[in-house]
Design a protein around this ligand. Structure first.
Ligand SMILES: Cc1cc2nc3c(=O)[nH]c(=O)nc-3n(C[C@H](O)[C@H](O)[C@H](O)COP(=O)(O)OP(=O)(O)OC[C@H]3O[C@@H](n4cnc5c(N)ncnc54)[C@H](O)[C@@H]3O)c2cc1C
Length: 431
């Protein structure tokens, strides 16, 4: 067995990162097998996208399908404080550095299947209900041990290289102990889907609503279809542990009741799913690629959901992983050295978003972010990154530095109204 391969490449995981990698590899003429342990459609959280997702849809050849799916339009976000008073907009149409500002919010069962079906359409051998149990990365090949989730029937597959897109399950991150935790983002999310939640008034009824609680927590409200609204609360773990105990349903109900703007909006709402809980979801990786392997999406790193970066980054990194592997096959060199630029890029993107996410869990950042009248040019630069344009122009990067300088000054002097509590019981991790 020296140069016989079952496929050129294998992809583990059929979420947005895995499907995007598989599609992009197939578009480049490679034979690809994709193993997904679940059978689609399956539930997944992560429903609000960024403007840059439009570029990925175009590259993956799903722009028309996405248009036809009629997902709710997202033009940006509406920000509210817990009392509902200081609501203002984050408008993606202000951003000139993206191809198309308007994006969508999706029901993941439908969305993930659109991507997986597209991979199949391009000839990817998609095997749903197959789990990758182990992977051996030798000098000549990557060898995967897979088993059917139904009957346990096992198989071995030999390929040039593996894209690990197994999400938070992290097949290779666990094997190689790659994960680096984010103690400042040790948060817990409690969420479900509801009917009969009123949409926003005005011409952008389906924008995401982000509601800051009276402590370090916050809520999302994301319309994912004509009827359904995804509603979830995120709180730092240390704060969560101090809350009265109860079932996830009770925790979510109490959190809603304790936040006036939510209590009002959810008065007539009916819950359509059990309440789910996710925790410890922020981490990065000490390496994003190695000999004959590459990580895409959450398998590499993930940041708190506050700025809805996960799915758009997952697609972007899946496409980038495919470009790297295409190049590596042309050179017949799959060594870690070949992937150094890929790893640097993943790290740079993570660090760019991380600064905003960690900032959000400080009262000073929130004072500025929720300010009804922020400095226009500076805020436009902030929104540019939050629309997904993390590799923005020099001007935008400089203006973002000014934004963070103002946040730092706000720690000592009150440049803008102190809307958010600073006392330790507010639960901000850095305070
Ligand atoms: C509370 C919360 C809210 C979020 N909200 C948002 C949001 O609003 N917007 C946003 O963009 N992102 C959001 N995210 C993030 C988003 O869920 C993820 O970033 C996104 O799903 C990553 O895509 P992925 O393809 O990397 O991983 P996943 O979508 O998790 O896909 C991984 C796939 O791999 C499969 N798999 C796992 N192990 C194996 C194995 N061994 N063999 C075969 N298959 C395997 C899984 O079944 C899964 O289908 C949120 C996350 C959380 C925790």
């Amino acid at each position: 067995m020296t140069d016989t391969y079952d496929f050129d490449f294998a992809v583990a995981g059929g979420g947005p990162a895995g499907s995007s990698a598989a599609i992009s590899l197939a578009q480049r003429g490679h034979s690809v097998v994709l193993f997904e342990r679940e059978t689609f459609p399956r539930f997944h959280i992560g429903e609000s996208l960024l403007s840059t997702a439009n570029d990925h849809f175009a590259k993956l050849g799903v722009a028309e399908t996405m248009e036809a799916a009629c997902f709710p339009d997202k033009w940006g976000a509406r920000l509210f404080t817990h009392d509902g008073l200081s609501g203002r907009g984050v408008d993606f149409t202000d951003v000139t550095e993206v191809t198309k500002p308007k994006t969508v919010q999706v029901c993941r069962e439908v969305f993930d299947k659109i991507l997986l079906d597209r991979a199949r359409e391009l000839g990817v051998d998609v095997r749903e209900g197959y789990r990758v149990n182990a992977c051996e990365l030798g000098p000549d090949a990557a060898i995967l041990d897979v088993a059917s989730s139904d009957d346990g029937v096992a198989a071995r597959v030999r390929v040039h290289a593996l894209v690990d897109a197994t999400g938070r399950n992290g097949l290779l991150a666990r094997k190689f102990n790659l994960r680096t935790d984010e103690p400042l983002l040790a948060n817990i999310a409690v969420f479900s889907h509801y009917k009969n939640v009123p949409r926003l008034a005005g011409d952008r009824p389906d924008d995401i609503r982000l509601v800051a609680r009276n402590d370090a927590g916050w809520f999302w409200l994301i319309p994912i279809s004509k009827e359904l609204m995804s509603v979830g609360v995120v709180v730092p773990k240390s704060l969560y542990l101090q809350l009265p105990k109860g079932s996830p349903e009770e925790m979510l109900d109490r959190a809603i009741a304790g936040t006036p703007v939510l209590a009002e909006l959810m008065r007539g709402a009916t819950r359509e799913w059990p309440v789910r809980v996710e925790k410890d979801f922020s981490y990065s990786a000490s390496a994003y690629a190695g000999d004959r392997w590459i990580l895409a999406g959450d398998a590499g790193s993930f940041l708190d959901p506050v700025f809805s970066t996960g799915v758009s980054i997952a697609m972007e990194s899946g496409i980038e992983a495919a470009i790297e592997l295409d190049r590596a096959l042309a050179r017949n060199d799959f060594s870690a050295r070949q992937f150094a630029a890929f790893s640097r890029r993943q790290r740079r993107r993570f660090k760019t978003f991380r600064r905003f996410v960690v900032g959000f869990y400080t009262p000073q950042f929130r004072d500025l972010f929720f300010d009804p009248n922020p400095p226009r040019h500076i805020f436009k630069a902030v929104v540019t990154v939050l629309a997904g344009k993390w590799d923005s122009s020099l001007r935008t990067r400089l203006l973002n530095r000014v934004f963070f300088a103002i946040v730092a000054i706000q720690k000592r002097f009150s440049l803008t109204r102190m809307m958010f509590r600073r006392d330790p019981s507010a639960g901000y991790p850095g305070e």
